[in-house]
Design a protein around this ligand. Structure first.
Ligand code: AMP
Ligand code: MG
Length: 355
């Protein structure tokens, strides 16, 4: 299939182009589009065949459910059975925005959209291009991230092209995304809401708005599950798959900042001697410190919003430049650091060295 490309400016969106993109989705096609978190790969959420195409284009396991994107609160009750009071509070405060909530689904939502689950994940994005596309498409777009399964999520249209050219009908270039990590996911079907995936909306923000909130225990595991200590299965099915992974081996270094830099420098030398191509992801201030083949900075030290925006691009750059080993320091796990460490631990396959 030939993929069509259009560029749309979020500040003055080309309505003709969006209408055309909406027609593609209404007719059962696939369109990659920007959201404030990462680029999504959209299809009509209520069309079984269209939703199934997403799995094929991405090479995504069929039990990994999609998120349904809406742009009108009145549409929520068309697809979910019950909206608990606490979900109304969250929607008032945080929608439109980077928060996904899980509800019991109505019959109208096909199994292909929910990976066979009786629940459905719903989000109301704030990106204007996403909102207009949803409107033009009939109100319900099923979209996971617009990458090939297993690769880092796309934060630029160029990443969608790398992964999906020739596999989707259209890619909308709306420029770089603002946030860079996927939405926070919270399950609203249990008695107490439960955080299933950390994101830009943090645990701390949710605690302030809710009476109580649980946390999926699998989020806090520190290593890969093995036979002796099997890890609990994550409640958000997508979180069990290998994810965000660069082709090289990524190692996270945890501990005192100076000791971590020392350790990374030593390891870079060792790996170079073995003939490996080394990469380090670090803060601007530390660039000069490392003799790695590839030194990539994410921005000023401790600017975690900047790290979030750049993380997936940097992992893709490591692939492009052929890095065999990639070193990065851990970040503190509170606030946005919760989401960052979640993605980085997975990218590193839980290889974490304590210094
Ligand atoms: P992506 O946007 O690519 O991260 O894909 C959406 C993710 O949302 C999936 O990988 C799941 O982890 C999560 N998700 C979607 N629907 C559900 C659901 N009904 N229950 C739990 N998690 C879900
Ligand atoms: Mg994804």
């Amino acid at each position: 299939m030939k993929t069509e490309y259009v560029t749309i400016d979020e500040r003055s969106p080309d309505m003709d182009a969006l209408h055309y993109a909406g027609q593609i989705i209404k007719e059962g096609g696939l369109v990659a589009f920007p959201t404030e978190t990462v680029y999504g790969l959209g299809a009509d959420a209520l069309n079984e065949k269209a939703a199934a195409k997403i799995y094929e284009a991405k090479g995504r396991p069929s039990d990994n459910p999609l998120i349904v994107h809406i742009t009108d609160m009145a549409d929520l009750s068309r697809i979910v059975r019950k909206v608990p009071e606490s979900a109304l509070v969250l929607s008032e405060e945080l929608w439109p925005g980077p928060l996904t909530m899980i509800f019991e689904k109505k019959e109208i939502v096909p199994d292909a959209t929910t990976g066979g689950l009786s629940t459905v994940a719903v989000r109301f994005p704030s990106n204007r291009i996403a909102q207009l596309l949803i409107m033009e498409s009939g109100g319900f777009i099923a979209a996971p991230s617009a990458n090939r399964s297993g690769r880092p999520s796309p934060t630029l249209a160029e990443h969608c092209r790398e992964d999906l050219d020739g596999r989707v009908d259209m890619i909308i270039d709306g420029g770089p995304v603002g946030i860079g990590v996927e939405s926070t996911i919270i399950d609203m079907t249990a008695k107490r809401p439960e955080l299933l995936r950390p994101g830009f909306v943090t645990m701390e923000m949710l605690e302030q708005l809710l009476d109580g909130i649980d946390r999926d225990p699998s989020l806090d595991r520190t290593g890969m599950p093995d036979e002796l200590s099997p890890a609990p299965a994550p409640r958000a099915p997508g979180m069990k798959y290998r994810h965000y992974a660069p082709r090289g081996e990524m190692v996270l270094v945890d501990g005192d900042h100076e000791a971590a830099k020392e350790y990374i420098s030593g390891r870079i030398n060792e790996e170079k001697e073995k003939g490996k191509k080394t990469a380090v992801i670090c803060a601007d201030e530390d660039r000069e410190r490392f003799g790695a083949d590839i030194v990539l900075s994410y921005g000023r030290r401790n600017d975690y919003a900047c790290l979030a925006r750049n993380l997936f691009t940097l992992l893709r750059t490591c692939d492009e430049k052929g890095a065999d080993v990639i070193f990065a320091e851990t970040v503190p796990g509170n606030g946005l650091g919760d989401a960052l460490m979640n993605r980085m631990r997975k990218a590193a396959g839980y290889r974490i060295v304590n210094v």
